[in-house]
Design a protein around this ligand. Structure first.
Ligand SMILES: *Cc1c(COP(=O)(O)O)cnc(C)c1O
Length: 388
């Protein structure tokens, strides 16, 4: 069935026969009863479809994992207590001492610190390459490279890389391709169908969509997901049943939400592009974006994040930022509420001028996560803030 149908029905009633509940209940339990020693033996031998302990698996979580697998077009999916738990568990599971990870120069700060502060201690090396190098990946992959980890679009410039190209180069070199697909999501950018091995998302963002759950997600083949599932048992980063239920509820309306985020963001981006207080607008859906062509080839929608460069640099951006009324000043993205952040005070905090320039980040940037309010109200809010 198609994604909109799968998101509503996948995983629901998977306990049918036990209850007649239309929706999957919240199994708020840490453990599960076995009726006999015979059942316990059958479970351990994989002959009984049951549950042992909620750090391993929980029926509410499994139900939402089935929705995720359906929308990602994956054989198997896993949910985690945060995006960071998903990233750490995937890397700890798939990498060993002596391996090297190649990543795009601009990646999520948390991912950067896992590589830089944590995995480096265990003998896993990493190398950052520029987006242009990533497009010529075959040149960049070395004998120790085990994994290529990248993002597209990238925060906050929304620069894009050729996802199919990276996947194909990795396949040819026998290297795992992993994308952090948080910004686009599977409806706008179905990365597994483009040949990517493992898709990671912060479920905190568009998957849940209501700014009230922290979660992470991984999707891929069963062969890749099974060992990660074992590592998840050890590290203990599985999502709890209560947030899983909220996430599953959010995911049912994802096609509607994502379509509206796309439409609202495009409208706002088009308005801002003509504004006299704006230096530049970064949105992959605009013809002026440097990666508009590749974005058009690989995305069916351009997402809900718009970044602007305000005239007057830091002072201009700070002034406009403080004047916004409908759009709230908060980190994160992907919720029904429009929120905005200043890259130099969040994702790029503490970088030198040189490092900022390398990341393509200016001091006058404001990143806006366009929500589901009436876009005209967002436009008027931005207009009044920028005019001041
Ligand atoms: C938010 C985010 C993460 C981390 O996810 P958490 O749910 O905050 O742990 C990773 N990658 C990207 C691109 C993100 O935006």
């Amino acid at each position: 069935m198609r994604p909109a149908t799968e998101l509503i029905h996948a995983g629901e009633r998977t306990d049918a026969g036990k209850t007649t509940s239309l929706t999957m209940p919240i199994y708020e339990t840490s453990t599960f009863i076995f009726e006999s020693v015979a059942d316990l033996i059958k479970y351990q031998e994989g002959k009984l479809n049951g549950y042992l302990y909620s750090r391993y698996e929980n029926p509410t979580v499994v139900a939402v994992e089935q929705k995720l697998a359906a929308v990602d077009g994956a054989e198997a999916s896993l949910l985690f207590s945060s995006g960071m738990a998903a990233i750490a568990t995937a890397m700890m599971s798939l990498l060993k001492s002596g391996d090297e990870v190649v990543c795009s120069a601009a990646i999520y700060g948390g991912t950067f610190h896992i590589l830089e502060d944590l995995l480096a201690k265990f003998g896993v090396a990493h190398r950052f390459v520029s987006l242009d190098d990533l497009a010529n990946l075959a040149r960049v992959i070395g004998p120790k490279t085990k994994m290529v980890w990248f993002e597209s679009p990238i925060n906050p410039t929304l620069r894009c890389v050729d996802v199919r190209g990276v996947a194909a180069a990795c396949k040819k070199a026998g290297v795992l391709s992993v994308i952090d697909n948080t910004f686009a999501g599977p409806l706008n950018q179905p990365v597994l169908s483009m040949g990517i091995d493992l898709s990671m998302q912060s479920a905190t963002k568009y998957l849940n969509g209501h700014s009230d759950v922290t979660g992470g997600a991984l999707s891929g083949t069963r062969a890749l997901i099974n060992p990660i599932s074992k590592t998840r048992r050890l590290l203990g980063g599985i999502m709890d049943p209560l947030p899983a239920f909220a996430l599953g509820r959010g995911m049912k309306t994802m096609p509607l939400r994502v379509a509206q985020h796309n439409a609202n963001a495009l409208k706002v981006a088009q308005f801002l592009e003509g504004h006299r207080a704006i230096e530049r607008v970064y949105y992959p859906g605009l013809a002026s974006h440097p990666d508009h062509a590749i974005a058009t080839q690989q995305m069916t929608g351009f997402g809900g994040v718009v970044t602007i460069d305000v005239k007057g640099g830091k002072d201009g951006a700070f002034r406009a930022f403080d004047k916004l009324k409908v759009i709230k000043r908060a980190a994160s993205l992907g919720g029904v509420e429009s929120i905005c952040s200043l890259p130099i005070l969040t994702s790029q905090y503490g970088l030198t001028d040189e490092e900022l320039e390398k990341a393509g980040v200016s001091k006058g940037m404001i990143r806006i996560s366009i929500g589901l309010e009436d876009p005209q109200d967002l436009i008027e809010d931005l207009d009044q803030a920028l005019n001041k």
